[in-house]
Design a protein around this ligand. Sequence first.
Ligand code: ARG
Length: 458
Amino acid sequence: MTKLWGGRFQKSAEQWVDEFGASIGFDQKLVMEDIEGSKAHVKMLGACGILSEDDISLILSGLETLKGKAAAGELEYSAANEDIHLNLEKFLIDEIGPVGGKLHTGRSRNDQVATDMHLYLKNRVSEIITAINHFQQAIVEQAETHIETIVPGYTHLQRAQPISFGHHLMTYFWMLQRDKDRLQESMARIDVSPLGAGAMSGTTFPIDRQLAAEHLGFAGVYPNSIDAVSDRDFIVEFLSNASMLMMHMSRFAEEIILWSSEEFRFIELDDTFATGSSIMPQKKNPDMAELIRGKTGRVYGNLFGLLTTLKGLPLAYNKDMQEDKEGMFDTVHTLMGSLPIFEGMVRTMKVRTESMEKAVASDFSNATELADYLAAKGMPFRKAHDVTGKLVFTCIQRGYYLKDLPLEDMKAASPLLEEDIYETLQPRTAVDRRNSFGGTGFTQVRIQLDQAKTLIEK
Ligand code: ARG
């Protein structure tokens, strides 16, 4: 088959060589973006008097036909036509005749492919933001139900201080909020049009780049034609934001996995988000959470893959850059799979408040309360820490907890300790009294939830 660029060639490559160079196997995902880009380009050529009205309407109707066929899955792509851009141009010429060849006036595949990817990411990023919002909604619902559910809070995976389970869950809300903000802010770099940059240096035709950009709904155009076709920062930035988002989901997934173990028993995943074992009949595995944790690795890989591809590339376009797409598609696919799964998992999980209560009733996570009690009565905190530490040691030796320590032992450690210490040591009291701004006290968690709700409604 003769190539659309075949003029200066005497021989054609063999099929297996074509196949190696082709991107049609994956860039066909950009079919709609490519058609939209072509429509905007051709309308602009018309408005600038570069092509006649007759040519414009023929090309536009041809592109509409292709759009219908693409939607119906009727386009038969071929590796001989390399990529989505040449495949579509070939289809257009087949559809409307040689006039189809006028579409590429004042344009190159280099600005075309960059335009396609800007359009693609612009749409996908806003879908991802919506999916994060839904996930956050599920977190808020669970958190609201469990404002007054007390769990041990951990540092070093050792019980640290009792906290509200709602407060713990809301931590993930705020991580996701930052992820959403980052994606939103990255729009400033995504929502820019490279179209009209040509191969690298612009064009001799009197084009209007702003007009084409307006047709596509872009907020602006690249000021430098070489930058327009060489820049892939916006994809790296997306992959980096996606990696951060996956990292957050992976941390949450890890907790879901721990909490559903028999050792913690803090939650039970709904049957619809868990799996069984082919051999062990008793098993209920948190596969979905594990997969999200696992898929974090591939998204990091996509980020590092592209950074490495771009490192050392001279200006402007290089074929290496064709390697920018699969990682981007894979990352979008991974996020759009993981976010709704996580949302469903959180929305349907059963919180085992009884086990949580049992956990905080039998630990030393209230030791800070005792130290704070002494410090509030004037003992230097460092001394209070030591006195409390010694009482903890006594309890460990006797095999019980601070709340079981008789008042006479308390008083022997410090006369400042009085009967009301037992109320102070109650996990519920301990949590509710942490009423500093942003703390785990119930009032603070309610304030936090109110703020959070205004952020997802926006
Ligand atoms: N398939 C190519 C890519 O994805 C399109 C741009 C090709 N440009 C070129 N000069 N070969 O990067």
